[in-house]
Structures are given as C-alpha cells and as structure tokens.
Design a protein around this ligand. Structure first.
Ligand code: ZN
Length: 334
C-alpha cells in the first residue's frame, strides 16, 4: 500500500506546474510560434520575392523576344538585300557578258553619219562635194570645225587613235556638230596595220572601240591609210576588203587631192587651186585634205575652198552618209 501511495504522490507532484516549468513551456510556445510564423512567412516572402523576380524576368523576356523578332526582321532584310545584291551582281555579270558578246550595233548604238541632215536637200543633177579630213584629230581640228560651222557645212573626218589622248573632245565635237566620224586606222603605221589580216582587224577594232567609248556612236566608214590602192600592204587588199564587207564597213577613197600630204608643205593658195581646178570634172567629188599639226595651210585654205564651191552652180557640200555611193580605187573582186 505504501508503495502505491508514494507513486500517486509522485504523479500529483508531476502534474503540478511549477513557475519554472511554466516558463519553460512559454519559451517552448514562443519557439514553436516563431518557427511556425517563420515557416509561413519565409515561403510567403520568398513567393513575393520570386513573384517580383518572375515578373521582372517576364518583362525582360518580352523585350528580349521583341529584340529577337526585330533582329530576325533585320536578318531577313539583310538576306533580302543580299539576295537583291546577288541578283544585281548576276544581272551585271550578264550585261557585261552581253556587252562583250554583242556588237555595239546590236545594242542599238547610233551609227556615225546617220543623224546627219542635209541629204534631203539634194536635187537631181546637183554636183556633190564631200570634204574629207584624214589623220586627225590635231591642234587644228577645232579651227577646221569652227570654219565649217561658220559656213554651215558638214564634212567627214577619217580619224586615227594612237597618241590622240589630248584630242578626245575633238571626236565628240565632230559627232555633236553633225559631221561624219570615219576611221583611218588606230596606229596609222603601215608596217603594223598591213602586216596581216589579224593585225588589220585588231587595229581597226581598237579604233572603233575607242570612238564608241568617246562618242557613243559606231563608225561604219573607213579610209585605208595610203588608200585602198596603196602599194605598201603586205596583205592582199582583197582580204581586207572582204573583212570590211563582213563588218558592214564601207571604205572611201578620193578623186580629188588637195595635195597637202606632201612633205615640206604646200601653200594655202596652191591647195585651193588644186581642189577647185579638179571639181568641174567630178559629179561626185571626194576631196582629200588633212587635219594634222603640220598642216596649217589646209586650215588657211579651207574658207576659200568652201566659198568657191558654194559659188558653183548646182553644187552642194555634203558629209558622207550610209547613202553615199563610195569611190574606191580598188573594188571588191567578184
Ligand atoms: Zn593618213
């Protein structure tokens, strides 16, 4: 019994809350509450924090996706530009190829002498006089053009190309003022031009190309240096004529010489009388004169030559055109 009593007493003793025990309980309560509060608060603040972060990230993402879209568009633009550039390049290449392959005529370039007016004024039975100037341009081309302009006369210039860098304007002026631009070889060097058909061809093409570059017109007129009857050619002139024919180029010789080609010079009055004295015997007169740095007397003779021709009855001064029947010392053999 005693034993049982003492256990009950112990039980009673433990169920009694002492202040110390209460204190401990309170502390425990606080700890638990704080822990619970912390357990609730931490995730909440975490959530808020994360929420803010997420929304900020969202904004960033949105702006980034806008940037990506913009970049994409730019890329497409660049790609388009690229494609366009590529297309342009290929068109350019194509055009270059065509330009190389096509003759200027095929590209619709104007033909020298085609726009020259005056032929419609010709009447039946009129004497036709063609003033032709070989070897230019030179320091005198402008003077010759000025004189022709003063008299309202159109002429034909058979020009060369080598060493004429200072006279490129003269080629243009000849064309612009309505005269006919003819070819007289690029180099005017007999040993070179007449060495072979290939050399003749290369020389002519070089001049034709130069004139086309400078004036935009194609010349279809040729005057053989020394004439088609020259005795210096090492190539059969018939070969050269056949080539010109195939190129649709007409060559013109002359039937009146002003005599100004002679070395040592000739006076202007001599040139005038030589030209004028022969005119009467030609219904179609092709007058050979020269446009060269050592031929001042030709320039001086020109006004009088023109005046004397204009004083002749039923006589007209014309430039060579595609309709001009050529005078040829050597004709194409059939
Ligand atoms: Zn010449």
């Amino acid at each position: 019994m005693k034993e049982e009593d003492s256990r009950i007493t112990k039980k009673k003793q433990t169920s009694v809350i002492t202040p110390a025990r209460r204190k401990r309980i309170n502390r425990l309560k606080k700890i638990i509450l704080t822990t619970v509060a912390l357990l609730i608060l931490l995730p909440v603040t975490g959530c808020i924090f994360l929420g803010v972060k997420v929304s900020r990230l969202n904004r960033d993402l949105e702006s980034m996706s806008m940037q990506v879209k913009w970049l994409e568009r730019s890329l497409w633009d660049v790609k388009d530009e690229n494609d366009r550039a590529k297309a342009l390049l290929s068109i350019n290449a194509e055009m270059q190829h065509t330009q190389e392959a096509a003759t200027p005529e095929a590209m619709g370039a104007p033909i020298a002498g085609e726009s020259v007016s005056g032929n419609d004024l010709i009447q039946e039975g009129q004497r036709k006089v063609y003033l032709t100037f070989d070897d230019g341009p030179s320091i005198y081309t402008d003077d010759i053009l000025d004189i022709l302009g003063e008299y309202g006369v159109k002429a034909t210039f058979f020009v060369t190309g080598r060493g004429k860098e200072d006279y490129l304007d003269a080629y243009r002026r000849i064309v612009e003022e309505g005269h006919t631009l003819g070819m007289h070889s690029y180099s005017h060097e007999y040993s070179r031009i007449y060495a072979s058909l290939g050399d003749f061809q290369a020389d002519l093409e070089q001049l034709r190309e130069l004139l086309y570059q400078e004036t935009g017109v194609i010349s279809n007129y040729y005057r053989f240096p020394g004439g088609s009857s020259n005795t210096v050619s090492r190539t059969d002139v018939q070969e050269l004529i056949t080539y010109l024919d195939a190129m649709d180029i007409t060559y013109y010789d002359w039937n009146i010489s002003g005599g100004d080609a002679v070395q040592g010079g000739i006076s202007s009055s001599q040139i005038v009388s030589r030209v004028v004295s022969q005119l009467a015997s030609h219904e179609e007169a092709f007058v050979l004169l020269h446009d060269a740095g050592d031929k001042r007397s030709t320039v001086d003779a020109l006004p009088e030559i023109i005046e004397r021709i204009q004083d002749m009855e039923d006589t007209v001064i014309l430039p060579i055109t595609k309709d001009t029947v050529p005078i040829q010392h050597v004709q194409k053999s059939q």
